[in-house]
Each structure stands twice: as C-alpha cells, then as structure tokens.
Design a protein around this ligand. Structure first.
Ligand code: AKG
Ligand code: FE2
Length: 272
C-alpha cells in the first residue's frame, strides 16, 4: 500500500498456514506505532460498512492504513487473500484487568463450506502479551474441521492449544475457520487487540513468492499432525489440506502419499 514493498510469504510459510490455520509475525510493528495504537485503540476505531475495498476503507495516514502498509503485514495479506480484499468488519477487542471470563471456543463465522476460498482475520497486539493477560487462544489445525460458530464452546484446554504470548507489535493472521477465543485477563493491565477480517476479491492462487514451491519442506508442513487430533480423523485434516493446496496452487496432481488420488478414483469404463 503506502509504505515499502510488501514482503510476500514463501511457499513453506503458506503451507504452514494451510496446516495450522494461522501465521504469526512477531514484533513487526515498530515501537512508536505500538505506543500510538494504545491511544488509538482506547478511543475506538469507527465502524465501516461491510465490504469496502481495502484501498477505500482507511484514510491515508490513518493508523489502520499505516499498519496495513508495513511490508511484512502487506505482504502476508497479499499472499493470503490477494490485492484489494474487502474489509468484512473490524473491532477493537479489550480485555479488562481482572475482568470478565475466558471466551468460549468459537469460530468467527457461521458454518462455511467454501473449499476454494477463505477469509483471514488479522489480529494486532500493540503490547507485550504475557500468559496472564488474556491473549487469544487458538487451536492449531482446527480451521478445516467444519463447525458452527460456538458449537465448540464446551471444549476446554485441548492438547497442543496455543495461548498467545507475544512481544508488542505482533500480528497474527488466522484462517476464518480456526477455533479460538480471548482468555480471561488476570493481570493489572488492559489488554488491547485490533482485529480486521478480510474477504478475498480475487481467486486465491499462487499469490505468494512461489520460488520455493518444490521445496520438500512444503509437503512436510502440510503433513503436520497436532496433539489434539484423533488418530484416524487426523488423516481427514491432512486430506482437506491437500485439497486446499491444490486449489491454492492449481496443481490438481499434488498429493501426500496418494491420499486424495486414491479416494478421487472414479473409473468410468464398464468392464467388458
Ligand atoms: O479478544 C480476543 O482475544 C478474541 C476476541 C474474539 O475472538 C471475538 O470476540 O470474536
Ligand atoms: Fe472470535
């Protein structure tokens, strides 16, 4: 956008996002902007209507526009959803000191069965977030398991869950389907987080730096298994990632150990 050239994600980073449902960029926002954000977020960011294209959503020079113009942030967004995504909505999420309860585990959408497109949510943390400050909890690898909003709310403390602890200026991108929730803030400090949801406006295909597309680490990332998975259903997660990777790359032959190839076999010829 306004600042320096975007730093695109690599294929290995994209594969990690497809497997985990999240991408974390530690301390990519400079300290002066983080200090400014504490005031900006405390004052609130006015709502904008659903679906405004990114370039028209935030005024030149405004805090969100400068945040989204940072090379790492702009590059990750472009890699994940492409140019000119629409802003679905944004919100400042505040967790008061010693206040409230942990949020139930949820996804931020009704059930979403799109196979070839996904929204991303940017979450920006202007402060150091310590374990007791109510950082966002998320469940790695939960994004492709279709559930409906808070239906996962009864689940507590899944093995391998990620309770966000991060340095100031960290930006996390989440696949819209990931199970997540803000935690209770047991500290003396107010915890701020700014979230923006983006809808892609173009087909999400090869939008990143693809120079490492054939790196064996791509397949290794896509095959990752997380500790909370059931032994058998874990395979379905990997299967669904192969489908998503095929959609993202246009490579309909891509597979991990023939998992999708086998199941896609539909012979048309009658026996003679
Ligand atoms: O405050 C947080 O960390 C998460 C908030 C959230 O996920 C929500 O309100 O939907
Ligand atoms: Fe949420």
């Amino acid at each position: 956008m306004d600042n320096d050239r975007p730093i695109l994600l690599s294929s290995v980073q994209m594969a990690r996002f497809v497997a985990r449902g999240s991408l974390r960029l530690d301390a990519v926002v400079p300290a002066a902007m983080n200090a400014e954000a504490m005031t900006v977020l405390a004052q609130g960011v006015p709502d904008i209507p659903y679906g405004v294209p990114l370039s028209a959503a935030y005024e030149q020079g405004s805090f969100p526009r400068r945040l989204l113009g940072l090379p790492e942030v702009a590059g990750a967004l472009r890699s994940l959803v492409g140019p000119e995504p629409a802003v679905d909505h944004h919100a400042v999420h505040i967790r008061e000191p010693h206040g409230g309860e942990a949020q139930a585990l949820h996804a931020d959408a009704i059930i979403d069965v799109r196979a070839h497109a996904f929204d991303v949510q940017l979450m920006y943390y202007p402060q150091d977030v310590t374990l007791d400050m109510g950082g966002t909890l998320s469940i790695p690898g939960s994004h492709l398991r279709r559930t409906n909003e808070t239906d996962t709310g009864r689940y507590q403390n899944l093995r391998g869950q990620d309770r966000l602890v991060c340095p100031a200026g960290t930006v996390v991108f989440l696949h819209h389907g990931i199970w997540h929730g803000g935690r209770r803030n047991d500290s003396d400090e107010t915890r701020y987080m700014f979230k923006i949801r983006f809808n892609p406006a173009v087909r999400q295909r090869l939008l990143w730096d693809t120079s490492d597309l054939r790196d064996p680490q791509v397949a290794a990332e896509l095959g990752a298994v997380f500790p909370w998975y059931e032994q058998a259903t874990a395979r379905l997660e990997v299967y669904n990632r192969v489908l998503l990777w095929r959609a993202l790359t246009g490579d309909d032959g891509f597979d991990l150990d023939h998992w999708v190839t086998r199941v896609a076999n539909r012979p048309q010829e009658a026996a003679v």
